[in-house]
Design a protein around this ligand. Structure first.
Ligand code: NAD
Ligand code: GLY
Length: 371
């Protein structure tokens, strides 16, 4: 990769007082030493990646970091959502301790959302907190998971149930890494891009409808705009509600149903973005059942999600009581209060809120939406 100047990149800013940071979006950023010029000096940088991404991108990153850090180390994790667990997290701590890393060590998360969430959690807890940088390599991670400081791991009983809010120092979205991203992962990322429309910006939704083919063809200008607008919306929400005491929950549109699908099917069988895509369809149906949106809105959203290559019918999680199984799984959700499920619903195009719904109505939606 040739060097580029980070000053040529598009910048989106996350405003969080002393925890503020930039998101850089552009080409040829990952392997350019200038990208990292404002990071704090330290003796050691530890790059955390996985067995798929490290062979593709660790070398140019490590070369670029050599200009700034005396030692640049690499720890390579097994790849997959099933490894987003304690045992794999321990590999990061093993590497840090075995190499004598001090509390100024900077961690670099090089990978998709799984690597990013785990590296962030390791950074939040190693020596009670060391700095870290997100270098997201999937579309999903560039438009969502690398931004906003949610870090953590899964528990067999619930998705992302163990973690911390911990902000990175910098997010580097290099468009070039998306060239190697498999189509199924691209579609999964598009689910999180589409999400921003119904909850915050229907003009963006219209733009996605018009540019979906360009996005699926990985046209850099279209990808750049999608990443920039997604990050701008997320930045606005996170800057107002960093720790999800209210507004930030809207970013979980589709996630209540989606997380139930992911954990109910066994982590890794449905991709996170696939669960979210299908979950948005189900949440839109629930919004319609509650009289918040009309059927045209539901059909429009479903059609875009289908065109993005995502499933729009939920899987059957139980042959005896499918809706009951969904309800059971959805109760293990961070938004639940006193066992009551709270859904992100669309109140009208571009506006979302968190609400409860009668079980009978939720059952009706699940029965109608599962294949
Ligand atoms: P992922 O990290 O599993 O990556 C998907 C696959 O693509 C993996 O096999 C990975 O190795 C591979 N890959 C990554 N970059 C590649 C590249 N450039 N070329 C080729 N292959 C590449 O999945 P994801 O969709 O990036 O992230 C999903 C995770 O993110 C879930 O665990 C989800 O809970 C989490 N998430 C977190 C937040 C947050 O706010 N922290 C938000 C959304 C999702
Ligand atoms: N992905 C949801 C959030 O960051 O809040």
């Amino acid at each position: 990769m040739q060097a580029n100047s980070s000053s040529e990149a598009v910048q989106v800013h996350i405003s969080l007082a002393e925890r503020s940071y930039p998101i850089l979006i552009g080409s040829k950023l990952l392997g350019c030493a200038l990208t990292y010029e404002n990071l704090p000096a330290a003796a050691t940088a530890l790059v955390v990646s996985n067995t798929t991404v490290a062979p593709l991108y660790a070398e140019p990153l490590m070369q670029a970091l050599q200009a700034r850090y005396g030692r640049v180390l690499l720890v390579t994790l097994p790849d997959g959502e099933i490894y987003k667990d304690w045992a794999t997290l321990q590999l990061i701590f093993d590497a840090l301790l075995e190499s004598g890393c001090d509390r100024k060590t900077v961690l670099f998360a090089l990978g998709g959302g799984v690597v990013g969430d785990m590296t962030g959690f390791a950074a939040a807890s190693y020596m009670r907190g060391v700095p870290f940088v997100q270098i997201p390599t999937t579309l999903l991670a560039q438009v969502d998971s690398s931004v906003g400081g949610k870090t953590g791991i899964n528990h067999p009983l619930g998705k992302n149930m163990i973690g911390a809010f911990y902000q990175p120092l910098l997010v580097v979205c290099d468009l070039d890494v998306l060239t190697t991203l498999p189509p199924r992962e691209l579609s999964a990322g598009l689910a999180e891009v589409i999400k921003y429309g119904p909850i915050a910006d229907m003009l963006f939704f219209e733009w996605i409808e018009a540019h979906l083919d360009a996005l699926l063809a990985k046209e850099p200008t279209a990808l750049s705009h999608a990443i920039q607008r997604s990050c701008e919306i997320k930045a606005r929400v996170v800057s107002q509600d960093e720790r999800e005491s209210g507004l930030r929950a809207i970013l979980n549109f589709g996630h209540t149903f989606g997380h139930a699908i992911e954990s109910g099917m066994g982590y890794g069988n449905w991709l996170h973005g696939e669960g979210v895509g299908c979950g948005m369809v189900m949440a839109a149906h629930l919004s319609q059942q509650l009289g918040l949106v009309d059927s045209r809105f539901v059909e429009r959203l479903t059609s875009l999600i289908r065109r993005a290559g995502l499933p729009v019918k939920g899987p059957v999680l139980s042959t005896t009581d499918n809706a009951g199984r969904y309800l059971e799984l959805m109760r293990i959700d961070k938004k639940s209060e006193a066992g009551e499920i709270r859904f992100v619903l669309i109140e009208g195009p571009g506006k979302a809120s968190v609400r409860t719904a009668p079980d009978a109505l939720v059952r009706k939606v699940i029965d109608a939406c599962c294949a």
